[in-house]
Design a protein around this ligand. Structure first.
Ligand SMILES: NC(=O)c1ccc[n+]([C@@H]2O[C@H](COP(=O)([O-])OP(=O)(O)OC[C@H]3O[C@@H](n4cnc5c(N)ncnc54)[C@H](O)[C@@H]3O)[C@@H](O)[C@H]2O)c1
Ligand SMILES: [Zn+2]
Length: 559
């Protein structure tokens, strides 16, 4: 059972009774009651209407955001908030991250009556001849934001005590409410006693495992592995580039924890992901008489985690595997979920299996040496996870793009942690791609894969192709009446801010179409499109008319 949140935020229009109810709930729980309007007034020494009059709404919203951040650092507390607080993305992120958000709803008529009764008719937003019409308009405008709340209480006809009672009930059930609302990534973030400090857990039938996403946790690698009961020798596999940057740190950490650490590097690049390289690694393990129970440590990008993972899965019917991804793509994607493989000349990832690691250790600080283009490409997959599963993560990307790109430690670590948790959650629901749930991870990949293949795997990095593919999927969604046009534009703006392509040039439409047809043949079925009805609401459609696909391809490809 998840811990109940230690903060309750009450949101709603003026007259919904937030302050009164906050005091009542706080009294019942023995918590502190806070009011963001009061916090603002205290900070500047002026009443709210005066602040509006002197400096306008914009300044008030800035002060309100600061006040909210202070409230988010206080616990336990019941916080009543201004009616427009949810308008700002930073506020939404702050609230949803730190507590239960309860919406007190009421009909405009009820609101006006309450405001009159309480003599609170000075509210700046309610001035004018027709407060009822004004409130009805505000309600309509803000309904979309209020709908984001964890729960809504219809307060018409209820006394403040009755509303407080309902809030308390909502809080008591909060663990379930939150678990349901944020099911995908919450599931993965639910703590597990064996790994109390894990960032999240991949829960799969073949054995759950912890994922650590931290700044500088490569120095804890040995300690973390020892904590999992591993010991003896550790066989570190890396590529030459990654090993030059981070190899010594990994070996030192392993030796300090008592491991006898051996290592072997392969040339960097996809060309090493072959059966021949795998065979060379088998030989190395055999010459060193690697024994069952001794771990393979995959230190590198997705090429290394796929290759070393494949070797660990197959040598002596399986050696324990630890993934230490060092590229962003490997952290948020390749290292999570247990797919391991090598390429054949005929097709990528053709020889492979499912093999889950014992742990994944993502040291975000290793990304500082990753080439910029690889980093940007990796953010595309992380953004994809937000689009398919987590509106709040999407807002974070929108408000923190620059800090993410600059690898500001706190921001980058938090964004990656949440993105990893989404992948972990989806994998937990469909370990071996059997229930179809994992299909949603393919958002943007139908065209993305085809672009990569049409470009001979040299024109685009994976994330770049996926970014273009996500634009294609969004535009197809829009033409099918599935995806709202605002979402298409929102996605485009975000990808552009991260410096990701939203169109591709130099690739003939015909080549992409051929690659998609081949993909379809390999999968022996119809082309399946992951489309978005909204953020966090992917749907799978097999009925996209070829004419729609062609039109969209023509628009995203100019070649
Ligand atoms: N198993 C899965 O579910 C899955 C999912 C997605 C991708 N993949 C696979 O992952 C591979 C692509 O992953 P990738 O983009 O990480 O490729 P990669 O491993 O080839 O890394 C890309 C480049 O970055 C370098 N690099 C990595 N980390 C670095 C660091 N910290 N500092 C400096 N340089 C660094 C590498 O040496 C390489 O040159 C493909 O083989 C793909 O098939 C697998
Ligand atoms: Zn991908």
């Amino acid at each position: 059972m998840a811990r109940r949140p230690q903060r309750i935020f009450l949101v709603g229009l003026s007259g919904s009774g937030k302050s009164t109810v906050a005091r009542l709930v706080a009294a019942r729980l023995g918590w502190q009651a806070l009011d963001t309007d009061v916090l603002v007034e205290e900070a500047v020494g002026l009443p709210v209407p005066e602040i509006f009059a002197r400096w306008g709404e914009g300044r008030f919203r800035d002060l309100e955001a600061e006040a909210l951040l202070r409230a988010c650092q206080t616990s336990p507390a019941v916080v009543s908030t201004g009616g427009g607080i949810l308008l700002r993305a930073v506020n939404r992120v702050a609230m949803f991250d730190s507590g239960l958000v309860v919406h007190l709803d009421a009909q405009p008529k009820t609101l006006v009556e309450r405001l009159r009764r309480e003599g609170i008719d000075y509210r700046p937003l309610l001035q004018g001849p027709d407060p009822l019409a004004r409130l009805a308009l505000l309600k309509a405008q803000r309904q979309g934001y209020y709908r984001l709340a964890d729960c809504t209480i219809e307060t018409d006809g209820l006394s403040p005590e009755e509303v407080a009672e309902a809030v308390l009930r909502a809080w008591e059930e909060a663990a379930d409410v939150l678990a349901d609302r944020r099911r995908v990534w919450r599931a993965a973030q639910e703590p597990v006693p064996e790994w109390p400090d894990a960032t999240c857990v991949v829960r799969v039938a073949s054995g759950s495992y912890p994922v650590y996403v931290e700044w500088a946790c490569l120095d804890r690698l040995g300690e973390l592995m020892a904590g999992l009961g591993l010991g003896g020798r550790a066989f570190v596999v890396s590529d030459g580039t990654v090993f030059a940057h981070h190899g010594e740190r990994a070996l030192t950490s392993l030796r300090q924890a008592g491991f006898d650490a051996l290592h072997r590097t392969v040339p960097a690049g996809e060309a090493s992901k072959t059966l021949d390289t795998a065979a060379a690694l088998y030989t190395w393990l055999a010459e060193n008489r690697a024994e069952r129970g001794e771990a393979v440590v995959a230190l590198g990008g997705g090429m290394v985690t796929d290759l070393a993972g494949f070797v660990a899965a197959t040598y002596a019917r399986g050696l324990p595997l630890i993934h230490v991804p060092t590229s962003l793509l490997a952290m948020v994607d390749a290292a999570i979920g247990g797919k391991v493989a090598v390429n054949l000349p005929q097709a990528k990832n053709m020889v492979g299996t499912f093999y889950q690691p014992k742990a994944v250790v993502c040291d975000v600080s290793t990304l500082r040496t990753l080439p910029r283009r690889e980093l940007v490409s990796g953010w595309a997959e992380a953004i994809k996870h937000a689009l398919i599963a987590d509106g709040l993560l999407l807002e974070r990307f929108e408000t923190q793009a620059e800090a993410a790109l600059a690898l500001e430690p706190t921001v980058a670590t938090a964004l990656i942690a949440r993105s990893v948790a989404i992948k972990a959650g989806v994998v937990g629901e469909d370990e071996r791609e059997e229930t179809g749930r994992r299909t949603i991870l393919n958002y943007g990949h139908t065209v993305g894969h085809a672009l990569e293949s049409a470009g001979g795997y040299t024109s685009f990095l994976h994330g770049e192709a996926v970014a273009v593919g996500m634009m294609a999927a969004a535009e197809i969604g829009q033409r099918m009446g599935v995806t709202p046009p605002e979402l298409v534009q929102r996605q485009r703006r975000l990808l552009e801010r991260f410096g990701l392509p939203t169109r591709a040039s130099g690739v003939p439409v015909e080549a992409v179409r051929r690659a998609m047809a081949l993909d379809k043949k390999v999968r022996a079925g119809s082309l399946r499109w992951v489309l978005l009805e909204d953020v966090g609401r992917p749907v799978i459609r097999s009925d996209v008319p070829p004419a729609v696909v062609d039109a969209v391809l023509a628009s995203v490809l100019d070649g």
